[in-house]
Design a protein around this ligand. Structure first.
Ligand code: AQP
Length: 333
Protein backbone atom coordinates (compact mmCIF):
# COMPACT_ATOMS: atom_id res chain seq x y z
CA UNK A 1 0.00 0.00 0.00
CA UNK A 2 1.05 3.57 -0.59
CA UNK A 3 1.61 5.74 2.46
CA UNK A 4 -0.29 8.93 3.38
CA UNK A 5 0.76 11.53 5.94
CA UNK A 6 -1.01 14.65 7.18
CA UNK A 7 -1.58 16.79 10.27
CA UNK A 8 -3.39 19.72 11.86
CA UNK A 9 -1.91 22.22 14.30
CA UNK A 10 -3.34 22.33 17.85
CA UNK A 11 -3.17 26.09 17.67
CA UNK A 12 -6.80 26.86 18.45
CA UNK A 13 -10.27 25.54 17.87
CA UNK A 14 -10.42 23.04 15.00
CA UNK A 15 -12.94 24.41 12.53
CA UNK A 16 -14.96 23.34 9.49
CA UNK A 17 -12.05 24.20 7.16
CA UNK A 18 -9.79 21.77 9.01
CA UNK A 19 -12.54 19.16 9.02
CA UNK A 20 -13.73 19.47 5.42
CA UNK A 21 -10.37 20.42 3.87
CA UNK A 22 -8.38 17.80 5.73
CA UNK A 23 -9.69 15.42 8.43
CA UNK A 24 -12.81 14.25 6.61
CA UNK A 25 -10.77 13.44 3.51
CA UNK A 26 -8.33 11.43 5.59
CA UNK A 27 -11.22 9.37 6.91
CA UNK A 28 -12.75 8.83 3.47
CA UNK A 29 -9.48 7.71 1.89
CA UNK A 30 -8.02 5.83 4.82
CA UNK A 31 -8.51 2.26 3.63
CA UNK A 32 -6.60 2.98 0.40
CA UNK A 33 -3.38 3.87 2.24
CA UNK A 34 -1.18 3.10 5.20
CA UNK A 35 -1.76 6.35 7.08
CA UNK A 36 0.13 8.48 9.57
CA UNK A 37 -1.88 11.34 11.05
CA UNK A 38 -0.10 13.65 13.38
CA UNK A 39 -1.11 16.44 15.76
CA UNK A 40 1.58 18.92 14.73
CA UNK A 41 2.23 20.62 18.06
CA UNK A 42 5.78 21.69 17.13
CA UNK A 43 4.29 23.73 14.30
CA UNK A 44 1.86 25.40 16.68
CA UNK A 45 4.58 27.29 18.58
CA UNK A 46 5.63 29.21 15.46
CA UNK A 47 3.03 31.62 16.85
CA UNK A 48 2.88 32.28 20.61
CA UNK A 49 0.88 29.66 22.58
CA UNK A 50 -0.12 29.43 26.20
CA UNK A 51 1.47 26.13 27.44
CA UNK A 52 -1.59 24.80 29.28
CA UNK A 53 -3.86 25.63 26.34
CA UNK A 54 -1.45 24.01 23.90
CA UNK A 55 -1.49 20.82 25.98
CA UNK A 56 -5.28 20.69 26.14
CA UNK A 57 -5.70 21.57 22.44
CA UNK A 58 -3.32 18.75 21.57
CA UNK A 59 -5.49 16.17 23.34
CA UNK A 60 -8.66 17.68 21.92
CA UNK A 61 -7.37 17.37 18.40
CA UNK A 62 -6.16 13.80 18.84
CA UNK A 63 -9.60 12.88 20.24
CA UNK A 64 -11.23 14.62 17.30
CA UNK A 65 -9.17 12.59 14.82
CA UNK A 66 -10.67 9.47 16.39
CA UNK A 67 -14.15 10.95 16.71
CA UNK A 68 -14.18 11.92 13.04
CA UNK A 69 -13.73 8.25 12.16
CA UNK A 70 -10.05 7.46 11.83
CA UNK A 71 -9.71 3.72 12.23
CA UNK A 72 -6.62 2.39 13.98
CA UNK A 73 -6.54 -0.59 11.62
CA UNK A 74 -5.62 1.79 8.83
CA UNK A 75 -4.27 4.86 10.56
CA UNK A 76 -1.59 5.64 13.10
CA UNK A 77 -2.39 8.69 15.23
CA UNK A 78 0.41 10.41 17.13
CA UNK A 79 1.76 13.68 18.51
CA UNK A 80 4.59 15.33 16.59
CA UNK A 81 6.63 16.33 19.66
CA UNK A 82 6.63 12.70 20.85
CA UNK A 83 8.84 11.71 17.92
CA UNK A 84 12.13 13.59 18.15
CA UNK A 85 13.15 12.61 14.61
CA UNK A 86 10.93 15.45 13.32
CA UNK A 87 13.11 18.09 14.98
CA UNK A 88 16.34 16.33 14.11
CA UNK A 89 15.56 15.94 10.41
CA UNK A 90 14.48 19.59 10.30
CA UNK A 91 17.98 20.68 11.31
CA UNK A 92 19.59 18.46 8.71
CA UNK A 93 17.26 19.69 5.95
CA UNK A 94 17.66 23.31 7.06
CA UNK A 95 21.26 23.03 6.02
CA UNK A 96 20.34 22.30 2.39
CA UNK A 97 17.34 24.64 2.09
CA UNK A 98 17.98 28.09 0.62
CA UNK A 99 16.51 30.89 2.75
CA UNK A 100 14.92 32.50 -0.30
CA UNK A 101 12.80 29.38 -0.92
CA UNK A 102 11.26 29.97 2.51
CA UNK A 103 10.92 33.71 2.08
CA UNK A 104 8.82 33.03 -1.04
CA UNK A 105 6.14 31.07 0.86
CA UNK A 106 2.76 32.82 0.77
CA UNK A 107 1.75 31.67 4.24
CA UNK A 108 5.01 33.02 5.69
CA UNK A 109 4.50 36.36 4.04
CA UNK A 110 0.92 36.62 5.32
CA UNK A 111 1.72 35.57 8.87
CA UNK A 112 4.93 37.62 9.02
CA UNK A 113 3.00 40.75 8.14
CA UNK A 114 0.56 40.02 10.95
CA UNK A 115 3.41 39.55 13.44
CA UNK A 116 5.13 42.81 12.56
CA UNK A 117 8.63 43.06 13.99
CA UNK A 118 8.33 39.96 16.13
CA UNK A 119 8.80 37.41 13.36
CA UNK A 120 10.62 34.42 14.80
CA UNK A 121 12.87 32.01 12.93
CA UNK A 122 10.36 29.19 13.46
CA UNK A 123 7.73 30.94 11.36
CA UNK A 124 10.16 31.14 8.45
CA UNK A 125 11.33 27.57 9.02
CA UNK A 126 7.80 26.11 9.32
CA UNK A 127 7.85 24.53 5.83
CA UNK A 128 11.12 22.68 6.53
CA UNK A 129 9.56 21.14 9.64
CA UNK A 130 6.55 20.22 7.50
CA UNK A 131 8.81 18.71 4.84
CA UNK A 132 10.52 16.68 7.57
CA UNK A 133 7.16 15.42 8.86
CA UNK A 134 6.23 14.13 5.45
CA UNK A 135 9.61 12.85 4.27
CA UNK A 136 10.31 10.88 7.46
CA UNK A 137 7.40 8.59 6.57
CA UNK A 138 8.38 8.38 2.89
CA UNK A 139 4.78 9.41 2.22
CA UNK A 140 3.36 9.04 -1.28
CA UNK A 141 0.30 11.21 -0.64
CA UNK A 142 -0.45 14.22 1.54
CA UNK A 143 -4.19 15.02 1.83
CA UNK A 144 -4.48 18.75 2.61
CA UNK A 145 -6.47 21.90 1.89
CA UNK A 146 -5.55 24.21 -0.97
CA UNK A 147 -3.51 26.55 1.27
CA UNK A 148 -0.85 23.86 1.78
CA UNK A 149 -0.16 23.22 -1.91
CA UNK A 150 2.90 25.45 -2.03
CA UNK A 151 4.38 23.75 1.04
CA UNK A 152 4.04 20.33 -0.56
CA UNK A 153 5.80 21.59 -3.68
CA UNK A 154 8.59 22.88 -1.49
CA UNK A 155 8.76 19.49 0.24
CA UNK A 156 9.30 17.88 -3.17
CA UNK A 157 12.04 20.38 -3.97
CA UNK A 158 13.82 19.76 -0.67
CA UNK A 159 13.66 15.98 -1.19
CA UNK A 160 15.01 16.32 -4.73
CA UNK A 161 17.83 18.58 -3.57
CA UNK A 162 18.81 16.21 -0.77
CA UNK A 163 18.78 13.21 -3.09
CA UNK A 164 20.82 15.14 -5.64
CA UNK A 165 23.49 16.23 -3.15
CA UNK A 166 23.73 13.14 -0.97
CA UNK A 167 21.86 10.29 -2.65
CA UNK A 168 24.72 8.96 -4.72
CA UNK A 169 22.22 8.09 -7.45
CA UNK A 170 19.70 6.66 -4.95
CA UNK A 171 16.38 8.09 -3.77
CA UNK A 172 16.79 8.54 -0.05
CA UNK A 173 13.75 10.78 0.41
CA UNK A 174 10.59 10.05 -1.58
CA UNK A 175 8.85 13.00 -3.27
CA UNK A 176 5.22 13.15 -2.10
CA UNK A 177 2.12 14.33 -3.95
CA UNK A 178 -0.62 16.51 -2.50
CA UNK A 179 -4.21 15.28 -2.60
CA UNK A 180 -6.51 18.30 -2.72
CA UNK A 181 -10.24 17.75 -3.19
CA UNK A 182 -11.99 20.31 -5.34
CA UNK A 183 -15.04 21.02 -3.20
CA UNK A 184 -14.16 22.38 0.23
CA UNK A 185 -10.46 22.79 -0.54
CA UNK A 186 -10.81 26.35 0.72
CA UNK A 187 -13.59 26.97 3.21
CA UNK A 188 -14.03 30.72 3.62
CA UNK A 189 -14.64 32.89 6.68
CA UNK A 190 -18.25 33.51 7.72
CA UNK A 191 -17.55 37.22 8.11
CA UNK A 192 -15.62 37.72 4.85
CA UNK A 193 -16.11 35.37 1.90
CA UNK A 194 -12.75 36.35 0.39
CA UNK A 195 -10.68 35.18 3.40
CA UNK A 196 -10.11 31.56 4.40
CA UNK A 197 -11.70 30.27 7.57
CA UNK A 198 -8.87 30.21 10.07
CA UNK A 199 -8.10 29.32 13.69
CA UNK A 200 -6.15 32.51 14.12
CA UNK A 201 -8.95 34.90 13.09
CA UNK A 202 -9.61 36.89 16.28
CA UNK A 203 -13.38 36.71 15.74
CA UNK A 204 -14.98 33.40 16.68
CA UNK A 205 -17.98 34.45 14.58
CA UNK A 206 -15.79 33.97 11.48
CA UNK A 207 -15.75 30.19 11.83
CA UNK A 208 -17.80 27.17 12.78
CA UNK A 209 -15.77 25.09 15.19
CA UNK A 210 -16.22 21.34 14.94
CA UNK A 211 -17.15 21.27 18.62
CA UNK A 212 -19.56 24.22 18.61
CA UNK A 213 -22.90 23.30 20.27
CA UNK A 214 -26.08 23.60 18.14
CA UNK A 215 -27.17 26.98 19.50
CA UNK A 216 -23.75 28.49 18.78
CA UNK A 217 -23.84 27.14 15.21
CA UNK A 218 -27.34 28.54 14.71
CA UNK A 219 -26.29 31.93 16.05
CA UNK A 220 -23.15 32.09 13.89
CA UNK A 221 -25.11 31.24 10.77
CA UNK A 222 -27.80 33.76 11.68
CA UNK A 223 -25.15 36.47 11.97
CA UNK A 224 -22.87 35.47 9.08
CA UNK A 225 -22.23 37.85 6.21
CA UNK A 226 -24.51 37.56 3.15
CA UNK A 227 -25.51 39.89 0.33
CA UNK A 228 -28.72 41.73 -0.51
CA UNK A 229 -29.49 39.62 -3.61
CA UNK A 230 -32.46 37.26 -3.69
CA UNK A 231 -31.92 33.85 -5.30
CA UNK A 232 -28.81 31.87 -4.34
CA UNK A 233 -26.18 30.58 -6.75
CA UNK A 234 -22.83 28.78 -6.87
CA UNK A 235 -19.68 30.06 -8.55
CA UNK A 236 -20.54 33.73 -8.96
CA UNK A 237 -17.25 35.55 -8.21
CA UNK A 238 -19.22 38.67 -7.34
CA UNK A 239 -20.91 36.72 -4.51
CA UNK A 240 -18.14 34.99 -2.51
CA UNK A 241 -20.26 34.59 0.63
CA UNK A 242 -23.08 33.02 -1.34
CA UNK A 243 -20.78 30.51 -2.98
CA UNK A 244 -19.14 29.64 0.34
CA UNK A 245 -22.40 29.10 2.22
CA UNK A 246 -23.93 27.01 -0.57
CA UNK A 247 -20.73 24.96 -0.72
CA UNK A 248 -20.92 24.33 3.03
CA UNK A 249 -24.50 23.19 2.57
CA UNK A 250 -23.39 20.92 -0.26
CA UNK A 251 -20.60 19.41 1.80
CA UNK A 252 -22.64 18.86 4.95
CA UNK A 253 -26.06 17.89 3.57
CA UNK A 254 -25.00 15.05 1.27
CA UNK A 255 -27.10 16.53 -1.55
CA UNK A 256 -25.66 17.07 -5.03
CA UNK A 257 -24.66 20.42 -6.44
CA UNK A 258 -27.47 20.28 -9.02
CA UNK A 259 -30.05 19.50 -6.34
CA UNK A 260 -28.91 22.42 -4.22
CA UNK A 261 -28.72 24.82 -7.17
CA UNK A 262 -32.34 23.97 -7.98
CA UNK A 263 -33.51 24.02 -4.35
CA UNK A 264 -31.94 27.43 -3.60
CA UNK A 265 -32.25 29.35 -6.85
CA UNK A 266 -35.31 31.31 -5.70
CA UNK A 267 -34.55 31.40 -1.99
CA UNK A 268 -33.81 34.36 0.20
CA UNK A 269 -31.29 34.20 3.04
CA UNK A 270 -33.98 34.01 5.71
CA UNK A 271 -35.15 30.73 4.24
CA UNK A 272 -31.69 29.29 3.50
CA UNK A 273 -29.89 30.00 6.76
CA UNK A 274 -31.95 27.63 8.97
CA UNK A 275 -31.43 24.86 6.39
CA UNK A 276 -27.66 25.36 6.47
CA UNK A 277 -27.60 25.55 10.28
CA UNK A 278 -29.55 22.31 10.50
CA UNK A 279 -27.23 20.52 8.06
CA UNK A 280 -24.23 21.65 10.11
CA UNK A 281 -25.76 20.64 13.43
CA UNK A 282 -26.74 17.23 12.05
CA UNK A 283 -23.41 16.66 10.33
CA UNK A 284 -21.31 17.58 13.34
CA UNK A 285 -23.56 16.02 16.03
CA UNK A 286 -22.28 12.42 15.78
CA UNK A 287 -18.65 13.59 15.83
CA UNK A 288 -19.30 15.70 18.92
CA UNK A 289 -20.94 12.81 20.70
CA UNK A 290 -18.09 10.43 19.87
CA UNK A 291 -15.60 13.09 20.93
CA UNK A 292 -17.22 13.33 24.36
CA UNK A 293 -17.03 9.55 24.80
CA UNK A 294 -13.34 9.56 23.93
CA UNK A 295 -12.57 12.48 26.23
CA UNK A 296 -14.33 10.63 29.06
CA UNK A 297 -11.89 7.75 28.62
CA UNK A 298 -8.56 9.49 28.88
CA UNK A 299 -6.67 6.21 29.49
CA UNK A 300 -7.84 4.90 26.11
CA UNK A 301 -6.74 8.06 24.31
CA UNK A 302 -3.35 7.92 25.98
CA UNK A 303 -2.90 4.29 24.98
CA UNK A 304 -3.75 5.16 21.35
CA UNK A 305 -1.13 7.91 21.39
CA UNK A 306 1.50 5.73 23.05
CA UNK A 307 1.04 3.05 20.44
CA UNK A 308 0.98 5.69 17.68
CA UNK A 309 4.26 7.05 18.91
CA UNK A 310 5.91 3.63 18.83
CA UNK A 311 4.74 2.89 15.29
CA UNK A 312 5.67 6.34 14.03
CA UNK A 313 9.08 6.25 15.67
CA UNK A 314 9.94 2.93 14.07
CA UNK A 315 9.46 4.33 10.55
CA UNK A 316 10.79 7.82 11.25
CA UNK A 317 14.00 6.58 12.84
CA UNK A 318 14.69 4.36 9.84
CA UNK A 319 14.55 7.34 7.48
CA UNK A 320 16.56 9.50 9.86
CA UNK A 321 19.31 6.88 9.99
CA UNK A 322 19.43 6.75 6.19
CA UNK A 323 19.70 10.53 5.99
CA UNK A 324 22.40 10.70 8.67
CA UNK A 325 24.39 7.95 7.03
CA UNK A 326 24.21 9.75 3.69
CA UNK A 327 25.46 12.92 5.37
CA UNK A 328 28.42 11.10 6.92
CA UNK A 329 27.10 10.67 10.46
CA UNK A 330 27.86 7.01 10.58
CA UNK A 331 30.90 6.54 12.82
CA UNK A 332 30.29 3.81 15.41
CA UNK A 333 29.88 5.07 19.00
N1 AQP B 1 -10.26 27.31 5.45
C1 AQP B 1 -9.81 26.11 5.12
N2 AQP B 1 -10.36 25.43 4.11
C2 AQP B 1 -9.91 24.19 3.77
N3 AQP B 1 -8.89 23.58 4.39
C3 AQP B 1 -8.30 24.23 5.41
N4 AQP B 1 -7.29 23.91 6.23
C4 AQP B 1 -7.09 24.92 7.11
N5 AQP B 1 -7.94 25.91 6.87
C5 AQP B 1 -8.72 25.52 5.83
C6 AQP B 1 -6.56 22.65 6.17
O1 AQP B 1 -6.49 22.11 7.48
C7 AQP B 1 -5.26 21.41 7.63
C8 AQP B 1 -4.57 21.83 8.87
O2 AQP B 1 -4.32 23.21 8.90
P1 AQP B 1 -3.30 23.74 9.98
O3 AQP B 1 -3.81 23.50 11.34
O4 AQP B 1 -1.96 23.18 9.75
O5 AQP B 1 -3.15 25.27 9.78
P2 AQP B 1 -3.57 26.27 8.75
O6 AQP B 1 -3.57 25.77 7.37
O7 AQP B 1 -2.70 27.44 8.97
O8 AQP B 1 -5.04 26.47 9.19
P3 AQP B 1 -5.75 27.40 10.15
O9 AQP B 1 -6.72 26.59 10.89
O10 AQP B 1 -6.31 28.50 9.37
O11 AQP B 1 -4.70 27.98 11.16
P4 AQP B 1 -4.07 29.41 11.23
O12 AQP B 1 -5.17 30.32 11.59
O13 AQP B 1 -3.05 29.27 12.31
O14 AQP B 1 -3.50 29.77 9.90
C9 AQP B 1 -4.43 21.67 6.38
O15 AQP B 1 -4.53 20.55 5.53
C10 AQP B 1 -5.10 22.86 5.78
O16 AQP B 1 -4.96 22.89 4.38
Amino acid sequence: KQRAFSGVQPSGNPHLGNYIGAIRNWVEGQDQYENYFCVVDLHAITLPQDPATLASNTYTLAALYLAAGLDLNHSTIFIQSHVSAHSELTWLLNCITPVNWLEDMIQYKEKAVRQGENVNTGLLDYPVLMASDILLYQADKVPVGEDQKQHIELTRDIAARFNHYYGNGETILKQPEAIIRKEGARVMSLTDGTKKMSKSDPSDLSRINVLDPPEVIQNKIKRCKTDPIRGLEFDNPERPECNNLLTLYLLMSGKTKAEIAAECQDMGWGQFKPLLAEALVEGLGPIQQKYQEIMDDRAYLESVLREGRMKAEAIANQTLTQVKTALGYSLPL
